[in-house]
Design a protein around this ligand. Structure first.
Ligand code: ATP
Length: 277
């Protein structure tokens, strides 16, 4: 790294000095030559457990029900929950041209590290670069055939791995998933900055586990306190796509591999926004 030899024209100068301007497009990887994908949508969250995989799964299910061919790239390598939500037991196969995703009962294509590991309960104790490379390969080596919407269940947070994923996969938009007990303002600010750096539009925010509806009297109870998502979204000029309640029926469907049978009417508005993207 030498500032001395820098010509201050990054297009022609080979020096990797501190004044080098980074073009997000420089890091984008090419998909498999046989892939055909219309839109790539990232689903992000500030931390694990807020329902990012549930939102990813349900968006794929809802748009699939509307007649689109949807797919899920499970980039949450250390906490892959997509195969379990869809009850996928079979392993992914390969051909000489690339890896083939596994099809769910309703025809959604899925690729996840759990579809490749011998023992799906074995913890993935890989270092960041290996994890990031695995995700890149899910983009470069998997044959995604005639996909209208490919949803990427992003690794949680804004650390090294999500950043690499952000840089390598050309996202057409992101959906931010938050929950009321999170430090929402900080998380949204981080996601907004990351998206800006990569020139990726933010479709909007989904607030999950917002409230509980009493099954007897229908009263709405804000178990985590009053939501501030509207104010925070307004501060960053973003849209709140929907607020999802804690729904035991949905949790059960996700846990027993029947997410395709679940009803999540609140997420229809988020699906509308993805379709408009
Ligand atoms: N609105 C909801 N109502 C009831 N249960 C929910 C809801 N959203 C998510 N869950 C449940 O909460 C748990 C965590 O959700 P999920 O796996 O989608 O979170 P995540 O943010 O992807 O976490 P991780 O990054 O750790 O995988 C799951 O058991 C899921 O079924």
């Amino acid at each position: 790294m030498s500032e001395e030899n820098c010509t201050h024209n990054c297009d022609s100068c080979g020096e990797n000095c501190s004044s080098r301007k980074v073009n997000p497009a420089d890091f984008i990887e090419k998909p498999n030559a046989m892939s055909k994908i219309k839109k790539v949508i990232g689903v992000v969250s500030g931390k694990g457990g807020v329902g990012k995989s549930m939102v990813t799964s349900m968006l794929a299910v809802l748009l699939n029900r509307r007649g689109s061919h949807t797919a899920i790239l499970d980039a949450d390598v250390t906490g892959p929950s997509i195969p379990k939500a869809f009850g996928l037991k079979q392993k992914a196969m390969g051909s000489e041209f690339g890896l083939l995703p596994v099809k769910t009962n309703t025809g959604i294509d899925v690729m996840s590290v759990n579809l490749l590991l011998e023992d799906e309960t074995a913890p993935v104790v890989w270092r960041g670069p290996v994890i990031a490379n695995t995700v890149k390969q899910f983009w470069t080596d998997v044959i995604w055939t005639d996909v209208d919407y490919l949803f990427v269940d992003m690794p949680p947070g804004t650390g090294d791995v999500p950043l690499t994923v952000f840089q390598s996969i050309p996202l057409d938009g992101i959906v931010i998933v938050t929950s009321p007990q999170e430090l929402v303002s900080m998380i949204v600010a981080k996601a907004v900055n990351m998206a800006k750096m990569m020139n990726v539009p933010i479709i909007g925010i989904v607030e999950n586990m917002s409230y509980v509806k009493c099954p007897d009297c229908g009263k709405i109870i804000s178990i985590f306190g009053e939501s501030h998502v509207e104010e925070i979204a307004a501060k960053f000029g973003l849209k709140v796509l929907c607020r999802c309640p804690v729904d035991p029926e949905l949790a059960k469907n996700c846990d027993v591999g029947l997410v395709e049978l679940a009803n999540a009417p609140w997420l229809e508005a988020a699906a509308d926004a993805v379709e408009k993207q």
